[in-house]
Design a protein around this ligand. Structure first.
Ligand code: BGC
Length: 430
């Protein structure tokens, strides 16, 4: 145990040493500077969606949800009680995850999938889970790809109008409201919690990627001119790009293997697309440093980087050895060493996740009144399904440790299919 701890410390891998108060200050500063338009801060992208408009009832809207792994479509309508009804659901792999696409091929793939549903409705809500600058009429310009999507020519294009053109070619020209998945998650939390009178809302996602949205007063959004100072709007923080979390030598080695090396370091420390690879690098380096028996070290060095699912399953039950781990000639001591090396990947992710969520909650400036807590809608497979270290419960513990002493009241929500429901709200209310 000591040997593993020393090895992690020698490589600057911090878990207990992470200082929540210091990171919260840095998060807050990066948010403030981002709202003022600083380029080296958090993007803080205004969603141009107020959260106060009533959602029309009994009206169908088509929804396209472009996530890191899947492309999903559905039609949605809300009944008189505000309950969403989802129909015509279909899923296929996200274009750009199965080989590189041109911009034309990318938008054709989206339109092909969406057109039959768009034809049944008069508007589209498009949940686009990537950093994109939103225009006041809810179109969006892709700033960069994350999650290793391969369609480089799409960067810089307007995703709403490009998709609309492709839909028009198929005979179903429809207005499209584009929003980030965290903004959709925030809206889904709002629509599910109308009866509770929350003070404010946060949408948080930890799946293939990670990000956070919250509601900001317009007069704080200094980089935007002409906003009504009496109103507020949802802000997509792009919290995965936070650059001040303390990285280890392993994070740097792993980052060098990614297509977007040097960016989104926070996302690469906590999100599902990356945790497996990071754990794999740690195992490789430990094998090189002589922490395993020779046979295991050799096998580890030949093993490709595991997926997050494989690594998390191993950390949850090291005797089940799924996927690549099954091929390793692990002795009892090797198995213990591998577990002790990789569990901290999840422990650190849980701490950083809690700090990230708390930063957004604190930023709302609300929650002092227990009658009106802050609603935090939590979405994403990595948060909800990682069994290693009972991940979600661990995050919740850290979050309580940060927010309770500050007297902030909050409630965690988990609205099913949040990105789709929130995109439906945007499509209907824009
Ligand atoms: C993207 C965000 C998105 C998040 C969660 C990140 O990679 O940059 O825009 O909200 O993943 O899907």
């Amino acid at each position: 145990m000591q040997r593993v701890k020393q090895f992690l410390a020698d490589n600057d891998f911090q878990v207990a040493g992470i200082d929540p108060a210091a990171l919260l200050r840095q998060f807050d500063d990066a948010m403030t500077r981002g709202l003022a338009g600083a380029a080296d801060a958090l993007p803080m992208i205004p969603a141009y969606l107020t959260i106060t408009r009533p959602v029309p009832i009994n009206t169908r809207v088509a929804v396209l949800d472009a996530g890191g792994t899947n492309l999903r479509v559905a039609t949605v309508w809300f009944d008189a009680h505000g309950k969403p009804h989802m129909e015509n659901f279909a899923r296929s792999p996200m274009p750009g995850t199965q080989g590189e696409l041109s911009a034309g091929e990318f938008y054709e793939a989206l339109a092909e999938f969406l057109a039959p549903l768009a034809a049944k409705t008069s508007a589209v809500g498009f949940c686009f889970s990537y950093p994109a600058a939103i225009t006041p009429d809810c179109d969006a310009q892709l700033l960069r790809w994350t999650k290793q999507i391969k369609a480089p020519a799409v960067v810089g294009t307007m995703v709403g109008s490009s998709l609309r053109q492709q839909l028009a070619r198929r005979g179903c020209d429809r207005p499209i409201a584009v929003l980030n998945d965290t903004v959709a998650t925030l809206l889904a939390g709002k629509s599910a919690g109308v009866a509770r009178h929350y003070a404010s809302y946060v949408g948080f996602i930890l799946g293939t990627g990670t990000n956070t949205a919250y509601v900001e007063r317009n007069d704080h959004i200094r980089k935007c001119q002409g906003l009504n100072p009496a109103e507020s709007m949802a802000i997509n923080i792009e919290s995965g790009s936070f650059a001040q979390a303390p990285v280890s030598r392993f994070d740097k080695l792993f980052d060098a293997t990614t297509a977007d090396c040097g960016s989104y370091s926070f996302e690469k420390m906590i999100a599902g697309a990356y945790l497996g690879g990071l754990g794999g690098i740690i195992l490789h380096e430990a094998a090189r440093a002589g922490l395993f028996t020779p046979a295991t070290a050799q096998a580890l060095l030949a093993m490709p980087l595991p997926s997050n699912q494989e690594l998390a399953a191993f950390c949850h039950n090291p005797f089940l050895s799924p996927g690549h781990f099954a091929t390793l000639p692990l002795t009892e001591a090797d198995r213990r060493t591998a577990l002790e090396l990789c569990t901290p990947v999840y422990e650190r992710a849980a701490r950083l996740t809690a700090i990230n969520i708390a930063a957004a909650v604190i930023r709302t400036g609300t929650g002092a009144d227990p009658l009106h807590p802050v609603a935090i809608n939590m979405d994403g497979s990595t948060y909800h399904r990682t069994k290693a270290i009972a991940f979600a419960a661990r995050v919740q513990g850290h979050l309580r440790d940060i927010l309770a002493p500050r007297g902030i009241h909050y409630e965690l929500l988990a609205v099913e299919e949040s990105p789709i429901i929130g995109a439906a709200v945007a499509g209907l209310t824009r």
